[in-house]
Design a protein around this ligand. Structure first.
Ligand SMILES: *Cc1c(COP(=O)(O)O)cnc(C)c1O
Length: 485
């Protein structure tokens, strides 16, 4: 049936650019110079609906996703996203809303935003929350602009520096620079934690803030966090918590209690809203009371039994996103929190920590563990021993694809040579973790017996090693008909 329609349209209108547009030919040539008008039909592939469907289903099977296999990508928290989240976001009362509807008609949506703000505030221990930013890095930007606006409102214009440890996620220094601060990097100590002396050496009247992840990207809890907060606050600076991934501490410890003043959370990591593929994501930024006036506007407020958008915020940094953020993502995060409840969220963290420590213990005989103390929700291995056998971490990562698991985050954090950063999350079964251990041990064995084979991996994927530099410099974004077409 579909084929017939295509053929008819091609035969009937050989010289139009848009065969089915309904625009008469002579009008098209009125608008377009003759040299741009086709003399022969475009060589579009002609396929039936079924063939078309098979093509896209086949392509979708080439994707590795959490629904198809293990995905231990450190720091990214590739946990299972419960489908009930999507079902709730698809409820007609949410789905059919229009952002220009008057407040009276969107009370349910505003209530959900307000309640989610309250729940996030309780989870992080900071009272005021915005849900506008669309991603973690966007939340960092929001947070640093708030810090900047705060110091400017104090008349304190000397605070130009933001301190980041050498284990920080790359977005931290990038955001600080983009927000107009000077980035000051401090080295970690031998245990992978903030070096207190190095911190003391850089603190001063020009310190605006320190950006920390705790547990840090090595999966280690900053044991001296209260000393850090005391020193930074005494110097007049603020503490920014990168809570992109809260999987180790949710329900167990609160950034607010550790002394942080601003904190962002990726809803698309810990709170199980979809991620990967470029969005839409979601982010909450929570701040201490004194920073509340600077939150983006509008904020959602509760007035007795009514919810309202507060635009009258003279000190606000302004809007950071169209309308109120990615609302569908907020519905998903809210559903996740409600479905788990308080105890469930604590259990998530405990199970995430247990899974990571289990893997670390089982792998430590064959791979160098970067830091030996118990880890939180993730840990970092070094492939240095395998490197000595001529097999680099990148080769091990490629070989994992042959075994059907996604590679961990590699070559990050930068302080660990040949790093592999593994985050199993709480949603994987012990059987899956054991299978992963077997795969890692098998690859380790291969690095001894057939290193050249591992170096040439992957062997089973539809494409092998891509020239990423060339692809970035000369992207080929056009579909070209092959002679067969
Ligand atoms: C993922 C991540 C970010 C950035 O979040 P995006 O949503 O990708 O912008 C920042 N910090 C840490 C520690 C992260 O894991």
């Amino acid at each position: 049936m579909e084929k017939l329609i295509y053929e008819k349209s091609r035969k009937g209108r050989t010289s139009t650019i848009l065969p089915q547009s309904g625009v008469p030919e002579k009008q098209l040539s009125d608008f377009l110079p003759a040299k741009f008008i086709r003399k022969v039909p475009a060589a579009l592939p002609e396929v039936s609906e079924l063939e078309n469907m098979r093509h896209f289903v086949r392509l979708s099977h080439l994707n590795h996703c959490i629904e198809s296999g293990f995905y231990p990508l450190g720091s990214c928290t590739m946990k299972y996203n419960p489908k009930v989240n999507d079902a709730m976001a698809a409820l007609e009362g949410f789905r059919e809303l229009h952002p220009y509807q008057p407040e009276d008609q969107i009370q349910g949506a505003l209530e959900l935003i307000w309640e989610l703000q309250e729940k996030i505030a309780a989870i992080v221990g900071l009272p005021s929350v915005t849900l506008q930013p669309a991603a973690g890095a966007h939340g960092e930007m929001t947070g640093l602009l708030i810090i900047k606006a705060y110091f400017e409102a104090q008349g304190d214009h000397k605070r130009t520096k933001v301190i980041v440890p050498d284990t920080a996620h790359g977005t931290n220094p990038a955001t600080a620079a983009l927000a107009g601060f000077e980035v000051v990097e401090i080295k970690s100590n031998v245990r992978g934690l903030v070096d207190i002396d190095a911190l003391k050496a850089v603190l001063g009247p020009d310190t605006a803030a320190i950006m920390l992840t705790n547990p840090n990207t090595l999966g280690l809890f900053e044991e001296e966090i209260l000393t850090v907060q005391k020193l930074v606050h005494e110097a007049g600076g603020l503490l920014y918590y990168d809570g992109a991934n809260l999987n180790a501490i949710m329900g167990l410890v609160r950034p607010g209690d550790m002394g942080f003043d601003v904190c962002h959370l990726n809803l698309h990591k810990t709170f199980s809203t979809p991620h990967g593929g470029g969005g839409p994501g979601g982010c909450a930024v929570a701040v201490r009371q004194k920073l509340e006036p600077f939150l983006p506007k509008p904020t959602v407020r509760r007035e007795e039994n009514r919810f309202t958008l507060d635009w009258n915020r003279p000190q606000s940094i302004g809007k950071v996103k169209g309308f109120y953020g990615n609302f569908g993502i907020l519905v998903r995060a809210y559903t996740y929190i409600m479905a788990h409840g308080r105890d469930g969220l604590c259990q998530v963290s405990r199970d995430a920590i247990l899974s990571a420590n289990y893997l670390k213990e089982r792998l430590k005989r064959n791979f160098v563990v970067a830091y030996g103390q118990p880890c939180m929700h993730e840990f970092v291995l070094s492939g240095s021993r395998q490197k000595e056998r001529g097999v680099a971490t990148t080769n091990i990562a490629k070989r994992m694809l042959d075994y059907g698991v996604h590679a961990p985050t590699v070559y990050f954090p930068l302080v660990v040579p040949e790093a592999m950063m593994i985050e199993p999350t709480e949603t994987e079964s012990k059987e899956t973790l054991d299978e992963f251990v077997e795969i890692m041990l098998a690859i380790d064995e291969e690095t001894k017996t057939k290193p050249e084979f591992v170096r040439a991996a992957p062997h089973t994927t539809p494409v092998g090693r891509l020239d990423e530099a060339l692809a970035a410099r000369k992207p080929n974004l056009r579909w070209e008909p092959t002679p067969k077409d």
